[in-house]
Design a protein. Structure first.
Length: 266
């Protein structure tokens, strides 16, 4: 029988939204107020079926946290420094992020790798920095070019193992949110197929099984994730990592509606 990761005793479905650098300050706060209105009344969040976190730009972290206070929506950062303090101009430490109330920190996104030259060692160091500061890393992995599902699963699990093994050299591991984002699907009109997503996420979950320090880890899908996708995925996928398709709070509400359908079907 295939081993499976046991989900932690929290919400069944995890949804994350990264705003990247699409919105200015006022637009971000307007978006956050719309999401807050949705979150306060949505049964998926009030009933514990779903968990939602948002990753705004650094200047918006505190005001967005204030807007979302009392809604149950968590706030996190799109990046963090590998070091906790010191002469690192322009960097933001995990210690500071945790101090202001962040719960998550994204690491290893394909854009950080491609545009800023972040390699495996830096991604692993940032993963360790998040963990030692009490933040849950949203660790992005995914193949660069289109591959058959089995090949993508093999390549992506090897990437995850490589990153976690290196992160362990910097400090103890802990629960992570693994965001499977095939790089060829980022910014595309459509996400990967449901079969492709389920195959890769299943392999990632199995890979995490049996490692006590990673108990409670989740595997979610990003890469042009959008309304209508979640209900096509099976139980091997713990949720979605959303980008531009969540810029309208009504889309966030629609996907939260889907978590109720998915929870009933599970």
């Amino acid at each position: 029988m295939t081993a499976r990761v046991v989900s932690p005793p929290t919400a069944r479905t995890v949804l994350g939204v990264s705003l990247k650098m699409y919105m200015g300050h006022r637009q971000t706060l307007e978006w956050a107020r719309g999401v807050a209105d949705v979150a306060r009344a949505h049964p998926a969040l009030t009933g514990g079926t779903a968990e939602l976190f948002v990753l705004p730009s650094f200047p918006e972290l505190l005001p967005v946290r204030e807007v979302l206070a009392g809604t149950g929506v968590h706030v996190g950062a799109q990046d963090l420094a590998a070091e906790d303090r010191g002469p690192y101009t322009g960097e933001v430490s995990g210690a500071s992020l945790r101090e202001i109330g962040c719960r998550f920190a994204e690491v290893g996104h394909a854009e950080r790798r491609r545009l800023y030259g972040e390699g495996d060692t830096m991604v692993a160091a940032k993963t360790a920095a998040a963990l030692r500061n009490g933040l849950t890393p949203v660790l992005c992995v995914g193949e660069r070019d289109p591959l058959p599902p089995a090949g993508a699963a093999e390549r992506t699990t090897a990437e995850l193992e490589r990153l976690l093994a290196t992160a362990a050299t910097f400090g103890p591991l802990g629960p992570v949110v693994v965001a499977y984002e095939p790089q060829w699907a980022i910014g595309a009109p459509q996400p990967a197929t449901a079969d492709h997503i389920s195959t890769v996420c299943r392999a990632l979950r199995v890979h995490l099984t049996g490692r006590p320090q990673l108990t409670g880890s989740r595997v979610i899908y990003g890469g042009s994730a959008q309304p209508g996708l979640l209900t096509r995925l099976g139980a091997d996928v713990d949720g979605l990592f959303l980008g531009r398709f969540a810029h309208d709070p009504r889309a966030v509400a629609a996907i939260l509606n889907e978590t109720l359908t998915a929870d009933t079907a599970a």
